[in-house]
Design a protein around this ligand. Structure first.
Ligand code: UN1
Length: 507
């Protein structure tokens, strides 16, 4: 690897991003292997419970100071972080691509998402608006304020190893919270790189130790955060199984949680679609990030009169896909995250065949020169039926199911007929169809698009979904409110004490 941030030669320790590494981590390490070439690229110490407790105590103490810093000033510090990410975009994007396996373009795109959310958060820092109300009582003023929550725990997934952290952290910081990040154990190095990149800004601005913390580890560390009453909000991205466990633990202590879980995203292709737009959108949606986005297009619901045409166009498009190293920009599709993911892909392929599915683009594991990591698979397309158990599940791999519909009602019923509710799209030039898809009786997802694919959302909108996707919203719009507590205030500036609801109480 060339031109990356200097890679550590010794196992690196987690901690806080300013003072860092001031405690003992265990000797246990997480070994990070690149799925691109199978190389061991880092060994990162796993946090012990004692480390974790020190991190949380440090974060809690930092919160008492950080919450007093005016929000626009916190925004200014986030602005400087955005500058740092601009400076290191290529290096960090390359590291994301190398450690996680997504294409370099997508690695750079992910860092761009960080930069964008920094810009967004800077503006937001002057717009933490509360409403004012008219009191029913004379000489009373009523309004609401938004105050910071405290410690925010961020559990992120391997597929967007840095962007999803930043959606949470940048907003949480301008809101006055402090963050403890537990990155995926599959991508610890990118997380350490982010801490390094912002560490300089935190130090230059004398930000208290503990505003940005990192704990490393697997399930244990996630459970510590979920069960810890010192953690006001747990924001978790990952599988529905993980999300349910987090929700149960956090709800058990009546804490707050924000969940962004699995998707089973569909595109409806109407007979009124512009297929020149639809085909590239479908292919990018299905094979981008090797099918490992929560917004990946997994199901294609095609009107029966254009079904064969769409199928043939997709076959042609898939025949042009080049699979290879994510760092080589001439390839479209990189590896899956690890061999376990390849195994899951193979299990799904078997399941599809056993269910009666027919592959129109054949699956397979790619081997030979350049594929020694054993993590590269062929994006495939199977004709299937929506109700099959395998189609109802999210398989984190580039497998696209081809489904057929007759009427738009039928298409919408299929689109909604899965347990997940993240992203959805329709391709149509017919205004009535498009509006019907977006209407109350249309898509039940958190994201519903017209004439663009299911993935690649901009940071300006609220991101998240319904049903088993978890219901949380991150990133743009008013998602910032999840990181604050609302306080309703009533002030009496008069000389009498009128009671609400007209109640009289005489002494
Ligand atoms: C995810 O896969 O967890 O909309 C996030 C998208 C990206 C984010 C995906 N902006 O595809």
């Amino acid at each position: 690897m060339q031109s990356i941030l200097p890679l550590p030669t010794q196992p690196v320790k987690p901690g806080t991003s300013t003072g860092q590494q001031f405690w003992q981590s265990s000797d246990k390490t997480i070994d990070s292997y690149s799925p691109a070439d199978g190389q061991l690229i880092a060994r990162v110490h796993v946090s012990t419970r004692a480390d974790y407790d020190r991190v949380i105590d440090t974060a809690k103490a930092a919160f008492l100071e950080w919450r007093q810093v005016p929000a626009p000033r916190r925004g200014e510090i986030v602005r400087q972080m955005g500058e740092q990410f601009r400076r290191y975009k290529r290096e960090l994007g390359t590291l994301v691509s190398y450690e996680m396996g997504k294409s370099l373009q997508e690695g750079l795109g992910e860092v761009q998402e960080i930069i964008d959310i920094c810009d967004f958060a800077v503006g937001q820092s002057r717009q933490l608006y509360g409403l004012s109300m008219h009191s029913e009582r004379p000489a009373h003023r009523m309004f609401e304020q938004w105050h910071p929550l405290g410690v925010v725990g961020i559990i992120s997934a391997f597929n967007f190893p840095v962007a999803v952290w930043s959606w949470n952290a940048m907003l949480a910081w301008v809101c006055g919270d402090v963050c403890v990040w537990k990155p995926s154990e599959k991508t610890p190095l990118t997380a350490l790189a982010c801490q390094q990149i912002i560490g300089e800004v935190l130090r230059n601005n004398n930000v208290p130790e503990g505003v940005s913390c990192l704990v490393t580890g697997g399930r244990d560390a996630g459970e510590w955060l979920a069960n810890d009453p010192r953690v006001a909000l747990v924001s978790a991205t990952g599988s529905t199984r993980m999300g349910k466990a987090v929700a149960e633990a956090v709800a058990g202590r009546l804490g707050k949680y924000l969940l962004e879980l699995g998707g089973n995203n569909a595109i409806i292709v109407s007979e009124h679609a512009d297929l020149d737009l639809a085909i590239p959108a479908i292919v990018f949606g299905a094979v981008g990030t090797a099918g490992q986005r929560c917004t990946t297009t997994r199901r294609l619901i095609v009107q029966e009169t254009i079904y064969d045409d769409v199928k043939n166009r997709l076959k042609n498009a898939y025949a042009q896909l080049r699979i290879g190293s994510p760092l080589d920009e001439s390839f479209h599709v990189g590896p899956l995250i690890d061999q376990q993911a390849v195994h899951n892909y193979q299990l799904a392929v078997n399941d599809i065949r056993e269910s009666g599915g027919r592959f129109v683009v054949e699956p397979g594991v790619v081997d030979g020169l350049g594929f020694e990591s054993g993590c590269y698979v062929r994006p495939c397309i199977a004709e299937a039926e929506n109700h099959w158990a395998i189609v109802q599940r999210e398989t984190f791999a580039p497998i696209l199911y081809l489904l057929k519909y007759t009427t738009l009602d039928d298409a919408i019923a299929q689109q909604n007929g899965v347990p997940q509710g993240l992203s959805s799209a329709i391709f149509t030039l017919n205004m009535r169809e498009a509006e019907r898809f977006l209407a109350v009786s249309g898509s039940d997802c958190g994201i519903a698009n017209v004439n663009i694919g299911t993935s690649g959302a901009e940071i300006g909108g609220a991101f998240g979904g319904e049903k088993e996707t978890g219901g949380g919203r991150e990133s743009g719009s008013d998602a910032w409110k999840a990181y604050m507590r609302r306080q309703t205030n009533t002030v009496n500036y008069g000389t009498a004490l009128p009671l609400a609801q007209g109640i009289t109480f005489e002494l």
